[in-house]
Design a binder for this molecule. Sequence first.
Ligand SMILES: *Cc1c(COP(=O)(O)O)cnc(C)c1O
Length: 308
Amino acid sequence: MMQTSSPTPVQHIITPETRAAGIQLYIKRDDLIHPFVSGNKWRKLKYNLQEAGNLNKDTLLTFGGAFSNHIYSTAAAAAMHGFRSVGIIRGEETLPLNPTLSFARNAGMQIHYMDRSRYREKDSPELIRQLREEHGDFYLIPEGGSGLLAVKGVRELVAEISFPFDYICTPVGTGGTMAGLIAGAPPAAQVLGFAALRAENYLEEEVRNLLSQNNSTNLPGWHICHDYHFGGYARIDKKLASFIASFESSFAIPLDPVYTSKMFFGLLDLISKGYFEKGKTIIALHTGGLQGKAGMQPKIEKLLAGSA
Ligand SMILES: *Cc1c(COP(=O)(O)O)cnc(C)c1O
């Protein structure tokens, strides 16, 4: 299967917040898992590629936004494993192609755009049937790669952590990674998600749906925190931009502006507010996703310049 540097390292970091609260914080560096199939997307694709092979499919079809880490990763993974790939991109074509889509196209992905109202139907059998008429038989990977096989791939990463912990944290987009951590974490641990987008309750529902086919009855407790989305998906402000810059200069660990920065900001904020009891051990999953940063860098720099 996909070549990998898994198991990925687990790195201890000390911040003013962890020191003051007496918390041990470790980062599971899934951002280092593969140069092109990053972090949780590698975990989520692994068994999907295997299944596509088992079913003798030669084409993968999936959905995503124009800056999607999932589109980027699927294009790379498909090319490495000899699959054709089709990416259905939400919205209109914008030229020149952004770095995510030009990478995907160079990797051989066929890019098709879908208007937003039709895109909303992406899970409907009728739309899938139409897509099969247009693109032939394909192996369907849902948006964000989330599904039962994603849960199976993500849960494996927990077993790579060789010491006991009390909490394991992840950013949340579609909920697939969260569901995988819940499926894989020991029952005494807690799984804490940080929503990267504005969502009332549907992320919890997604997680529950993904877990409902899991027949384990003894799952750990879990909670999704909705206080750190910074106004919505891919929204960033001066505070978050400065946080990224200072985190990167302190620890030499890159953060992406859409997911991991919001989790670390939220996690350190909760630690400083006394959310975690003294002596607890926390694992934060670095889900990768750094490819999209190039496209947002001008905005980040503008925000930082404004903070002088
Ligand atoms: C896609 C992605 C997420 C969200 O994962 P879900 O399983 O969709 O919740 C989190 N972090 C990064 C870096 C991602 O690319």
